[in-house]
Design a protein around this ligand. Structure first.
Ligand code: 5GP
Ligand code: MG
Length: 180
């Protein structure tokens, strides 16, 4: 039985999306991907750390021929006016001429994903689509397409199911939101 209110470090969170609801949304997404990518042999690029749990559950539901690879975005302070720049690390295989599906836990402003798409596009993939478990439409500032969205949520800070607060709470099977 999941607890309705939990404490992570110094903050309280309340139950928001149950594992059952998460699973149903992933099932729907997987069926769509299975249809869209029949015979295409895509590579799933999982953005660590947050997307590891979503990726594992999604991958088990795929029936197409496909590969999976795990990458990370390293943050550093760049010299540009935008300040924070993230660069892709851990991509060892060539993605040239391949169908790419980027697997993310959550898209908020879209800034992270926009950087990533630029970097991936410079490596000549055939095409790139995005699969995100969660999406905050009211926070989104960009205009790239997000083909596969699990669940749309308001602008709350959430944890669980791979998502963390200061490194903790990734192990929770359900998703919780910050109690304001
Ligand atoms: P964006 O660049 O789209 O604004 O932010 C994307 C990243 O911010 C996500 O990959 C995630 O790491 C983090 N993030 C955004 N919203 C949340 C949230 O509600 N909870 C947690 N734990 N991380 C978030
Ligand atoms: Mg993430």
């Amino acid at each position: 039985m999941n607890q309705d209110i939990i404490k992570v470090i110094d903050k309280e969170f309340s139950i928001f999306i149950t594992n059952k609801e998460i699973d149903a949304s992933i099932e729907k997404m997987a069926q769509q991907i299975n249809q869209d990518y029949k015979g295409k042999k895509p590579i799933f690029l999982v953005i660590l750390n947050g997307a590891f749990m979503f990726a594992a559950d999604l991958f088990k539901k795929l029936t197409i021929d496909c590969e999976i690879s795990f990458v990370k975005l390293s943050s550093y302070h760049g010299t540009t006016t935008t300040g924070r720049v993230k660069s892709l690390i851990g991509l060892n295989e060539s993605i040239a001429g391949r169908h790419i599906i980027v697997v993310e836990d959550i898209i908020d402003s879209g800034i992270t994903m926009e950087h990533l798409l630029e970097e991936l596009n410079s490596k000549y993939p055939t095409d790139i689509r995005i699969a995100t478990l969660l999406f905050k439409p009211k926070a989104f500032q960009k205009d790239f397409a997000i083909e596969y969205i699990g669940i749309e949520i308001p602008n709350d800070f959430i944890v669980g199911y791979g998502l963390d607060y200061d490194g903790f709470a990734r192990n929770l099977p359900d998703i919780y939101k910050l109690v304001k």
